[in-house]
Design a protein around this ligand. Structure first.
Ligand SMILES: NC(=O)c1ccc[n+]([C@@H]2O[C@H](COP(=O)([O-])OP(=O)(O)OC[C@H]3O[C@@H](n4cnc5c(N)ncnc54)[C@H](OP(=O)(O)O)[C@@H]3O)[C@@H](O)[C@H]2O)c1
Length: 345
């Protein structure tokens, strides 16, 4: 029978990564804090693994990456992290669908920047969670949520009507149909390796752009063509593409417009600048989103993971107390899949 309410009350102290000021990886401290209480709509999760994502270091750096007028106010100390996989310990009385002992994974409260998953326990909105597929371990499940939800919400189903804070426009995914060509730039990274797999799952011909050491990884995930950007400009060898997913962005991102066919779509995942006159002349639609927490979408994704239709690439793992080393690894770049913190081994 399902255990309900606060029946298994968990109180006391836990370990968590906190930072008391913005700065480099060295500001991440392994502190003792109170186990969080759960509120309405929440469950308490014993975290087994926590995924590491770019917003974690944006927050650690004081959100300097965002335009000044969009920066949230920061009240230190802060526990970083949005993604986790773990086991439910307590369930608020108004929550249905989750019970004590369930294995769950999720991206919590994003874009709220208060997921607080770099910890032994987290209070998680049930609406942000899905059951972890049995054949997927906690490390893989913790690595998935933000990166796979980003790829899903760009390519498959946005799942909400909130306009992108960067453009004021609501994104509409372009249905990917068999035979379409999809190019993924930054294909080996968190978002990129899921975008490759989702485009392939929908029947696209997939061109992956990454540095050379990722070729075998990306071919195994389904890439039909591979371009090593360190030796070859994709714009020299690729054309007639229906859809570009660019997870790299930056000042020269508009060069990828030239690989698209007229009527094609450019999906910048990171900040990128395009001249609206040029895109109008080329007949190209540019659209972006800010990913949002979504448990039901993760449940669909969980089914795909469970069936083996989707794989989670794991770049590296670090024990929770060494979160600073995980952030140092992230800063080195060239990730192949996800960095994950292990909390219960
Ligand atoms: N819009 C949203 O809601 C949203 C959501 C999630 C993430 N993001 C943003 O999307 C970006 C990617 O996130 P992520 O988690 O996928 O990052 P990531 O895991 O660090 O992956 C980035 C990948 O880009 C590759 N790369 C770097 N320079 C490249 C270049 N010049 N050409 C091609 N590939 C290059 C890297 O490996 P190699 O260089 O070795 O190939 C790496 O695999 C971040 O800036 C993040 O902030 C946005």
């Amino acid at each position: 029978m399902k255990e309900q309410g606060f029946s298994r009350k968990v109180t006391g102290a836990m370990k968590a990564i906190q930072f008391h000021e913005a700065g480099g990886p060295e500001v991440l401290q392994y502190d003792e804090v109170a186990i969080p209480a759960i509120g309405p709509g929440e469950v308490l999760v014993r975290v087994h693994a926590a995924g590491v994502n770019p917003p974690d270091w944006y927050l650690r750096e004081g959100m300097k990456v965002m335009p000044a007028d969009m920066r949230p106010a920061l009240n230190f100390p802060l526990i970083p992290g949005t993604d986790m996989s773990g086991v439910v310990q307590a369930v608020a009385p108004d929550v249905s669908g989750f019970a004590v002992g369930d294995e769950v994974f999720g991206m919590l409260r994003f874009p709220g920047f208060d997921g607080r998953t770099y910890a032994e326990y987290v209070a998680a909105p049930a609406s942000d969670l899905a059951h972890k597929p049995a054949g997927t371990d906690h490390v893989q499940a913790a690595g998935a949520p933000m990166a796979v939800l980003t790829a899903w919400q760009y390519l498959i189903d946005l799942g909400h009507d909130v306009p992108s804070p960067f453009t004021g426009q609501v994104h509409r995914p372009v249905p990917i149909t068999p035979g379409m060509t999809v190019l993924v730039n930054g294909a080996a990274g968190g978002v990129g390796h899921f975008a490759v797999q989702l485009a392939k799952w929908k029947g696209a011909h997939v061109v992956a752009v990454a540095s050379g050491r990722h070729e075998q990884f990306l071919r195994e995930l389904g890439a039909d063509e591979f371009v090593d950007y360190t030796t070859t400009q994709a714009t020299d060898v690729v054309s007639g593409v229906d859809l570009v997913v660019d997870t790299v962005g930056g000042p020269d991102s508009s060069r990828f417009l030239s690989v698209l066919k007229r009527g094609g779509t450019m999906l910048p995942v990171f900040f990128a600048q395009y001249d609206p006159e040029e895109t109008a002349r080329l007949g190209i639609t540019v659209s972006n989103i800010q990913v949002r927490s979504n448990g039901p979408q993760l449940a669909e994704i969980g089914r795909l993971l469970g069936e083996g239709g989707l794989r989670v690439g794991v770049d590296s793992t670090y024990p929770l107390p060494e979160a600073h080393s995980a952030h140092t690894r992230a800063a080195q770049g060239h990730l192949q899949g996800k960095i994950v913190l292990t909390v219960v081994s």
